[in-house]
Design a protein around this ligand. Structure first.
Ligand SMILES: C[S@@+](CC[C@H](N)C(=O)[O-])C[C@H]1O[C@@H](n2cnc3c(N)ncnc32)[C@H](O)[C@@H]1O
Length: 224
């Protein structure tokens, strides 16, 4: 099935509010476990010092990372102001709150953050990008040698009827705005082989791309 891109930023307030109030905790906890497992089995489990969560949205993963790595500087980056408004409100009562920066990935490429991160993650970001290579060049640019990387996202089904099936199976009772987001996200997502080609073009062919259950893919590993 052909890819149908969707808007990059989720900067509509209603859309951000619906996303922020949805319960993604099962998937978010799973993403955190994948990140912790990657940290545990690489670099002898040395904890990261600077962690960047790209396309952090309302902070679902960023807040978990701050709790998991209280000694690290944890930074969530997103280009959508309404998402960051939610993220900052959620972080306000935390003992070790993350920093939230409003920036597009495109702007971050030109920042002075080169070679500063030793853990770079994203959850549900790649499918938003009109030029997916941006995520991989940015990952390369921000990473220190030995940086751990984990990007998890939906993967595109092979045909439209599979989108119907996934919606009925996983979002049968969700509000209409979330159902619409889910369907559009699946259609905008990449197939694992497309991601492997992107990584090869960006000099990141050493990262692994794995299909996960019926709708996700996970890119993980170390940047040299
Ligand atoms: C589906 S949400 C995922 C949010 C969060 N990572 C999570 O797991 O809940 C995708 C987020 O990526 C952000 N985003 C998409 N393209 C972006 C870009 N080019 N620069 C910065 N943020 C971007 C959107 O604004 C949105 O908040």
């Amino acid at each position: 099935m052909q890819r149908v891109p969707e808007p990059e930023l989720m900067d509509d307030s209603d859309q951000a509010a619906a996303y922020g109030s949805a319960d993604f905790s099962t998937g978010d906890d799973h993403t955190l476990r994948l990140i912790l497992s990657l940290v545990e089995r690489t670099a002898s489990g040395v904890t990261p010092r600077r962690v960047i969560d790209l396309g952090c949205g309302p902070g679902n993963i960023t807040l978990r990372l701050s709790d998991a790595f209280p000694g690290a500087e944890v930074i969530g980056v997103d280009g959508a102001a309404p998402m960051l408004h939610l993220a900052r409100a959620r972080a306000a009562s935390m003992k070790h709150p993350p920093h939230f920066i409003e920036s597009s990935l495109q702007q971050l490429l030109d920042s002075d953050w080169e070679n500063t991160a030793d853990l770079i993650v994203s959850n549900s970001l790649l499918h938003h990008l009109h030029q997916p290579d941006l995520l991989w060049s940015l990952t390369r640019r921000l990473a220190t040698g030995g940086c751990r990387v984990l990007h998890r996202d939906l993967r595109r089904p092979s045909n439209p009827s599979e989108i119907d099936r996934l919606q009925h199976e996983h979002l049968s009772d969700a509000p209409a705005v979330l159902v619409q987001d889910f369907r559009a996200s699946l259609a905008a997502a990449f197939e694992p082989d497309e991601v492997k080609s992107q990584l090869k073009r960006s000099g990141l062919a050493g990262l692994e791309v794995e299909a996960e259950d019926d709708r996700y893919l996970v890119v993980s590993g170390l940047v040299d």
